[in-house]
Design a protein around this ligand. Structure first.
Ligand code: PNS
Length: 159
């Protein structure tokens, strides 16, 4: 059984992430979205908020589950008995960082395979950072994230 982890910060989840999730769900038997609970990183959303948003937006996929983890990804992968990691690649600028992480993870856990999925062309510019930046200036983010989570993002900047 091919059980893969799609790890990330998802702060917030975007159409780019959702595209990778949908396509991954067709390739792997089980996809676990692993949300990094990184207390050192200044996240816009708490891990609970990110879990709830991601669950709401992916509940239609029977073989997709949402979980959070802290610490090293390799330890989390071992703990849930998964040896496949999915990462989206948008452009060549992502490559250097991604290959470094993938190779470090493989040194630590040789059975672990990282599979890169190219992001859909229409989302190749998109990132959570762009969404936060746009939202912080009151910009229209409806092209970047599903409408269900727009009020939650806007609320962070209207508080
Ligand atoms: O969405 P992101 O922020 O690009 O995701 C990065 C993530 C969560 C995949 C990466 O930072 C990660 O795996 N962090 C956990 C700690 C770890 O294992 N780091 C990689 C080895 S240095």
């Amino acid at each position: 059984m091919k059980k893969a982890i799609y790890p990330g910060s998802f702060d917030p989840i975007t159409f780019g992430h959702l595209d990778i999730i949908e396509r991954s769900s067709k390739v792997f038997d089980e996809v676990v979205i692993g949300i990094l609970n990184n207390s050192a990183k200044n996240s816009l959303f708490s891990v609970e908020e990110r879990l709830n948003m991601t669950k709401m937006l992916t509940e239609k996929y029977d073989n997709v589950t949402v979980d959070s983890f802290d610490g090293l990804l390799v330890d989390y992968a071992k703990s849930i008995d998964a040896n496949l990691i999915i990462r989206g690649l948008r452009a060549v600028t992502d490559f250097e960082y991604e290959i470094q992480i993938a190779q470090t993870n493989k040194v630590e856990y040789p059975e672990l395979e990282t599979i890169f999925m190219t992001t859909a062309l229409n989302y190749s510019y998109l990132s959570s950072t762009i969404v936060r930046e746009f939202a912080s200036y009151g910009g229209d983010i409806s092209r970047f994230v599903p409408e269900e989570i727009i009020p939650m993002i806007q609320a962070k900047y209207n508080a």
